[in-house]
Design a protein around this ligand. Structure first.
Ligand SMILES: *Cc1c(COP(=O)(O)O)cnc(C)c1O
Length: 413
């Protein structure tokens, strides 16, 4: 028996310093949402804020809202707020575009700082868009750049004088394994390489200190743990020391030193603004700011402590209640190596997840056989871990996964 009786879990919820955050989210009664690492839940305040942005700022203010509602500064303003969660200084983070596009910007900027080097190095099994964007840059470069991916445990050994850029995701999207940002960055810098960190599963999930780690560039999503809404704009970090020399390859007019001078020749803006490209997505930024503001009210150390506790409870209960049902833990058990989701492999993983969704337990499935359970400390309770694992056990015992409806996989898993 584990120590996690229902009463013990309810006691943890009662003394939980983050418990009050749950009411700040719209979550239907009975739902156990374990997919906040893919799409964060809706903060209630976002609904009213978007209503105002649409009806007043857009509807009434029209174009005057670029100044009147400060739309113009939103990318920088929200970027600075995200920067505070990431250990960045003001003026080092800006919100723009998607994570994929920002990966392109960060990698090409880093390449511009290492003109004598040719290799972008990453790990096999990294999030696909990271690998695809790296391959796209190599394909476009006419031989100047080579994209290379090696298994995760060989990345540090592969570092050498030919590596221009090391591209890594801090918390792996599938396994939830977390890398030591300071140590990896130090090793890369030793051979003169720059690092681009993908923080999609880090921001709002684990404490991040970019400047303490001497990070060079970073990117990440707004719609996962930051609760910015579907397709929320992403962010890019460029360390102050690199900004003046880093060439913005996506040299759109919003990154120009004076966009409204309408000059023929591009001149990059002085600071982080040079990583803007086109007109910002104002409604997306508005929703993202609500999520970031809410996250900023939480103590990150408490978030981390609860996230780890939720993970331990979930894994212990899986051992205890689902031990004989064929699950293999693919996430690290050790706290320091784990981000904020826990994953299991199971040959019937896809069907199990579909059956769970029908029972109001929402996680997700990643090819070929991985079930992911996102643990978001702001709106999950400890007792939810028990409810979820009981549902998993029921699905296994009744073979509810064995259903012809799930013979063909849906477009989104
Ligand atoms: C979710 C995720 C992305 C998503 O990129 P988009 O451009 O927003 O689709 C990128 N990288 C990682 C590591 C992710 O987990």
């Amino acid at each position: 028996m584990s120590d996690w009786s229902r009463a013990a879990l309810e006691a943890l919820d009662e003394s939980d310093p983050l418990a009050s955050f749950r009411a700040a989210f719209q979550l239907r009664e009975g739902l156990i949402y374990l997919d906040g690492n893919s799409l964060g839940a809706l903060p209630r305040r976002t609904t009213a804020r978007l209503e105002r942005a649409v009806a007043q700022e857009w509807g009434e203010g029209l174009i005057t809202s670029w100044l009147g509602a400060d739309w113009m500064n939103a990318p920088r303003r929200v970027g600075d707020k995200i920067g505070r969660l990431l250990g960045a200084a003001p003026g080092e983070v800006i919100v723009a575009d998607s994570t994929s596009i920002n990966l392109f910007k960060a990698m090409t900027a880093a390449l511009s700082l290492r003109p004598e080097r040719s290799v972008i190095l990453s790990e096999t099994g990294n999030f696909p868009t990271d690998l695809y964007m790296m391959q796209g840059i190599a394909a476009f470069s006419g031989g100047r750049v080579r994209a290379e991916a090696v298994p995760g445990d060989m990345v540090l050994d592969r570092l050498g004088e030919d590596i221009a850029v090391l591209l890594l995701t801090q918390v792996h999207y599938k396994t939830g394994r977390s890398r030591d940002m300071a140590e990896v960055t130090r090793r890369a810098h030793e051979v003169g390489a720059l690092v681009v960190w993908d923080l999609s599963h880090s921001a709002g999930a684990i404490p991040v200190d970019l400047n303490a780690a001497h990070a060079d560039f970073a990117v990440g999503c707004g719609y996962k743990f930051l609760n910015g809404g579907p397709g929320a704009p992403a962010y890019i970090f460029a360390a102050q020391r690199h900004q003046a020399a880093a060439v913005p390859v996506l040299s759109g007019w919003f990154g120009h030193a004076e966009p409204f001078a309408f000059e023929d020749l591009y001149r990059a803006a002085e600071g982080i603004e040079r990583f803007l490209c086109g007109t910002p997505s104002v409604l997306g930024l508005t929703a993202l700011e609500c999520g970031v503001d809410l996250m900023a009210e939480a103590d990150m150390a408490a978030v981390r402590a609860k996230s780890l506790q939720l993970g331990r409870v979930f894994m212990d209960l899986m051992d205890e209640l689902c031990g004989g049902h064929g699950f293999t833990l693919v996430s690290p058990r050790e706290d320091v190596q784990r981000g904020s989701h826990v994953s299991y492999a199971h040959p019937e993983g896809y069907g199990i997840m579909q059956a769970l969704k029908e029972r109001g337990v929402i996680g997700d499935f990643r090819d070929p056989d991985v079930l992911r359970f996102g643990l978001t400390p702001l709106y999950l309770r400890h007792v939810d871990m028990l409810e979820a694992v009981l549902a998993i056990r029921e699905v296994c015992e009744t073979r509810a996964w064995d259903d012809p409806r799930w013979a063909v996989r849906a477009a989104v898993t």
